[in-house]
Design a protein around this ligand. Structure first.
Ligand code: BTN
Length: 255
């Protein structure tokens, strides 16, 4: 069982997670915040022990055993006018990666746009969903799945999964990990306002695919090239021959 008091003890945020919803079972925590956001405050976090229909990127499913992992979503629905969604995406993956490195001294690797890998296996994935009203961003839901104490993975995975327990060989406190992720995420999104360069540079430092030959599956196209960089907006820049091309979405793998 997730212990909310223990979680609260080291939550140092001013708004992220201050409204905290804990639920045994739900379709998807992202779906919940997307439909209920009007009645919920900025920074609301919902954590579910099990998702009946957990959603992954590109219409995939997110599979996660009951009571073992972290499957949660964060709602942002205020002061969104100057927000760059890609920056939030990178801030979230950086928050997860830094939390894991700080708490467990595990080296993480970021895969564009927002997977967190350990030893080339997937430890965590992030799904951002948003709504716009007259091209104005109305709400943003950041859904995060972290494989924590699950050690057996059945089913089909595009990238082989791993978990913290599998890597560090001991039971992990989900409470401590969640408050650390939320603390880091809030610090990152506050810093974005004045210093998005720091977030982008830290992200680059953890993305060991930069400079490598990669293959991208993007909108039914397969593209080969060198992962050149991410631009100031967090899009991927790929070098194909002498040309630089911007990639806004897709799945990448080493060639
Ligand atoms: C991916 O790597 O494909 C993204 C996975 C995102 C999974 C999380 S779990 C909590 C939140 N609710 C969902 O339905 N999906 C996200």
């Amino acid at each position: 069982m997730f212990n909310i008091e223990e979680f609260d003890l080291k939550l140092e945020t001013s708004f992220i997670g201050r409204n905290f919803i804990y639920i045994e079972e739900i379709n998807s925590t992202n779906e919940y915040l997307m439909t209920e956001s009007e009645n919920l405050g900025n920074g609301t976090v919902i954590l579910s022990e099990f998702q009946i229909d957990g959603k992954g990127r590109l219409n995939r499913k997110w599979l996660s055993n009951k009571n073992q992992n972290l499957t949660f979503s964060i709602l942002l629905n205020k002061k969104l006018d100057k927000i760059n969604i890609n920056h939030i995406n990178l801030s979230a993956s950086l928050a997860v990666a830094n939390s894991i490195e700080n708490l467990f001294q595990l080296k993480t690797d970021l895969k564009w746009p927002n997977d967190i890998l350990v030893k080339n296996k997937k430890l965590s994935g992030i799904l951002l969903e948003s709504t716009f009203n007259n091209s104005k961003l109305e709400k943003l839901v950041i859904g995060i799945g972290v494989n924590v104490n699950q050690t057996k993975f059945e089913g089909e995975y595009k990238v082989k999964p791993t978990s913290l327990k599998f890597e560090v060989k001991k039971e992990i406190s989900r409470e401590r990990l969640l408050n650390e992720i939320l603390n880091n995420f809030e610090a990152n999104i506050i810093e974005l306002k004045t210093n998005s360069k720091r977030i982008l540079n830290d992200w680059r430092d953890k993305c060991r695919m930069i400079g490598e030959h990669i293959t991208i599956h993007s909108n039914d196209k397969i593209i080969h090239g060198i992962f050149y960089d991410i631009d100031a907006n967090g899009f991927m820049i790929i070098k194909i021959g002498d040309q630089l091309e911007k990639i806004t979405s897709g799945d990448i793998s080493l060639k």
